[in-house]
Design a protein around this ligand. Structure first.
Ligand code: NAD
Length: 508
């Protein structure tokens, strides 16, 4: 399919003008016919209507998923069969990566090269969990001559998957792949800012051989469709990625029905650069770490702490680089920062920039790039000499904005790193390995990178501490979340049981 340029803007070919739910193998509208507007972030015009799911739609989707779980083949299928289907999903996603990236970029404003990387990562997630379920082994405990104990693993039931807008398709795959691999049936509720790429899942999964009812998709607003899913008594699990404040609401609303919860929440991650660091590598990495994905990245190193002897040099070089970053049309392969997802989010980020101007020194950016008068474009923005009490130091901005702060000692660096409510990721740059490990282990963060930005093996735990999350996924931990581990105990010899009610004849 070839795309067109309309009024100077790249528009993917074959764009739908409406998106429906997908329930029990069929595309359907909302029961009450409700829809919501979806905008593209370059023109901020509504380009499609998406079905706005509410309680009745979520009920339909959960009923379909429940029936597919209780009576369909999916939960009991041989791991090898599910593995084949998941690998086919990966093949199809790979074969459509350009189309996926085209749609994702149009809907989210992510630069096209980065959206393409995310599409490939989505395929990789399916391949990884396909491998994992055929390699899965479970524990057996033997008491010689007396007892055998083993773990029988079974899928938990209907999983509700609620995802954010920052890397929509990839994050959906991060939940769909392990949930389906484990044998759960699912209801996916994608973010309302970016429903476009998710509308490709039904065809992909159907073509790969996922039976009807196993995968269901309900679009809609968080407070309506998302909330109905969270409160539904027939949903056993909620895997949620989004803001910490939303996570708190979901936690409370899931309590009456006692669901399993996996919470991947916000972040304000520190990158600590010591005077003995490889400065070229540290600058490349800390620039990329906060400005890639438009800065809309949960693990962004959005607070850079720099040791005083190199502070001036670091800041000078960092600011030069930030000013050179190419902001522009998300579909242009040369673009490094595209358009922020939505005018509401744009307003939130620009409000933070105004707050920052009263709290610290603005060293780069701080407004709209020249020549880009419409659309959600923002210059990469660097604040320096940021005190730890500043809101731009403490609060997640989730845009191309970084706070740089000097420090004098290792202990001060650690205190600054831990001085926020979040604890998702941390990055340390030093050539002293002892310091790297010792400090790294004391940082309150779920994930620490030493002399690296965010690259991870899919087998490692993923998740945050403090306000950044509850529960870790990644590798077998994801399968643990989506399955019950039932302990089965068998006696291999006569059982010695105290004989209650047998009078004086208490032993045999
Ligand atoms: P958000 O919390 O506003 O929304 C996330 C999802 O939750 C959306 O689908 C939304 O519709 C839904 N939702 C909102 N209110 C709900 C409710 N009351 N009940 C049920 N569902 C509800 O987050 P966002 O703005 O879409 O995403 C940005 C946030 O996500 C940032 O804080 C970012 O750090 C975080 N994030 C975290 C990770 C991670 O792995 N830790 C990854 C990506 C993004």
């Amino acid at each position: 399919m070839t795309s067109a340029v309309v009024a100077g803007q790249h528009v993917p070919a074959g764009l739908p003008d409406r998106i429906r739910h997908f329930i029990d193998g069929e595309f359907v509208d909302s029961v009450d016919g409700g829809t919501f507007d979806v905008l593209d972030p370059v023109s901020n015009r509504t380009y499609l209507q998406a079905a706005a799911g509410r309680q009745a739609d979520v009920d339909r989707a959960v009923n379909a998923a429940r029936l597919a779980f209780d009576e369909g083949p999916w939960p009991g299928m041989q791991a090898r069969e599910r593995n084949r289907i998941l690998n086919r999903i990966a093949d199809i996603v790979e074969s459509r990566d350009a189309r996926l990236a085209d749609l994702e970029t149009y809907d989210s404003g992510l630069p096209i090269t980065q959206a393409l990387g995310q599409a490939r990562r989505a395929a990789e997630n399916f391949r990884f969990f396909a491998d994992l379920i055929v390699a899965q082994s479970d524990d057996v405990y033997q008491v010689p001559g007396r007892q055998l104990n083993y773990v029988h693993r079974k899928p938990k039931g209907v999983a509700g998957l609620i995802t954010p807008w920052n890397t929509p398709f990839m994050l959906e795959s991060w939940k769909l792949a392990p949930a389906l691999a484990a044998g759960c049936t699912v209801v996916l509720k994608p973010a309302e800012f970016t429903p476009l790429s998710a509308s490709l899942w039904p065809e992909i999964l159907r073509e790969a051989g996922v039976p009807d009812g196993v995968f269901n998709l309900v679009n809609g607003l968080g407070e309506e469709a998302g909330d109905a899913l969270v409160r539904h008594p027939d949903v056993q699990l909620i895997s949620f990625t989004g803001e910490s404040a939303t996570g708190q609401v979901i936690f409370a609303n899931a309590a009456p029905t006692l669901k399993g919860l996996s919470m991947e929440l916000g972040g304000k991650s520190p990158a600590i650069v010591f005077a003995d660091a490889d400065l070229d590598a540290a600058i490349d990495s800390t620039v990329f770490g906060v400005f890639s994905l438009n800065g809309e990245r949960c693990t962004a190193g959005s607070r850079i702490l720099v040791e005083r002897p190199i502070y001036h040099e670091f800041v000078t070089r960092y600011v030069q680089r930030a000013k050179m970053i190419k902001v522009g049309d998300p579909h242009d392969p040369a673009t490094e920062v595209g358009a922020l997802v939505h005018p509401e989010h744009y307003a939130k980020v620009t409000d933070y920039i105004e707050i920052g101007k009263t709290e610290a020194l603005l060293a780069a950016g701080g407004g709209r790039p020249p020549g880009l008068d419409t659309g959600n474009y923002l210059q990469p923005t660097v604040f320096v000499d940021v005190p730890p009490t500043a809101r731009i130091f403490q609060e997640e901005i989730f845009g191309p904005v970084v706070a740089i702060t000097p420090f004098d000692t290792d202990e001060e660096a650690l205190d600054l790193a831990n001085a926020v409510k979040y604890g998702l990721a941390a990055y340390l740059w030093t050539s002293d390995l002892q310091r790297a490990h010792n400090l790294g282990q004391r940082i309150e963060a779920g994930m620490v990178w030493l002399n690296s930005h965010n690259v991870r093996d899919l087998r490692t735990p993923f998740g945050g501490v403090k306000a950044s999350g509850l529960g870790h996924e990644g590798g077998y931990r994801s399968l643990d979340f989506y399955t019950d581990q039932q302990a089965v105990h068998i006696s291999l010899a006569p059982v010695h049981t105290p004989r209650f009610g047998a009078g004086t004849d208490r032993t045999r």
